[in-house]
Write a protein that binds this ligand. Structure first.
Ligand code: IMP
Ligand code: MG
Length: 173
């Protein structure tokens, strides 16, 4: 088993500062609800909101997708729903990684039905090669190759979320 560093702690911090600047400009003077998508986004989200120079409402969503679907969100299981009523609110979803895009497509579909004033997405990572369900990422940290990554909130079988960097996990070394 080996872990190779792909994105360092410093690179992540620098990128987040730039993303926070963009977000800050977009939402200045507006009420913003930041929705952290659990579990993976907890580290990214904590660092991101601390770089924002605007007040935010925090909420948390935990959901999982099963089966395949592009239009219907019927196969989305919500394990923890929002407490905030997002109708007419500006909502920023914060996710760790968009892989196939299935989970996010379903989450966005479901939350859109609650008629927020706007609904945007910040994702730390994007795996272009595997993206089958097109998701528009408004604020993207890094585009990465088709690799299984861990650390900075991302796990392999529940492990490695605490690592401060993003690494590539491989079993055969
Ligand atoms: P998607 O629905 O295929 O976009 O995948 C969504 C979820 O799969 C992400 O939110 C992650 O929790 C998990 N995931 C996808 N790729 C990776 C990876 O490389 N490492 C760890 N988790 C991953
Ligand atoms: Mg996730």
């Amino acid at each position: 088993m080996a872990i190779d560093v792909l994105i360092t702690e410093k690179q992540i911090a620098e990128r987040i500062k730039l993303l926070a600047d963009e977000i800050h400009q977009e939402y200045q003077g507006k009420e913003l609800v930041v929705v952290c998508i659990l579990n993976g986004a907890f580290v990214f989200c904590a660092d991101l909101v601390r770089q924002l120079k605007i007040p935010v409402y925090m909420d948390f969503l935990k959901a999982s997708s099963y089966g395949d679907s592009t239009v219907s969100s019927g196969n989305l299981k919500i394990d923890l729903d929002l407490k905030v009523d997002i109708e007419n609110k500006h909502v920023l979803l914060v996710e760790d990684i968009v892989d196939t895009g299935l989970t996010l497509t379903n989450v966005i579909d479901r939350l859109s039905n609650r008629r927020p004033a706007s609904l945007k997405l910040a994702s730390l990572l994007f795996k272009k090669a595997r993206n089958t369900h097109l998701v528009n990422i408004d604020y993207l940290g890094f585009s990465i190759d088709d690799l299984f990554v861990i650390g900075y909130g991302l796990d392999f079988a529940g492990k490695f979320r605490e690592l401060p960097f993003i690494g590539v996990y491989s079993e055969d070394k």
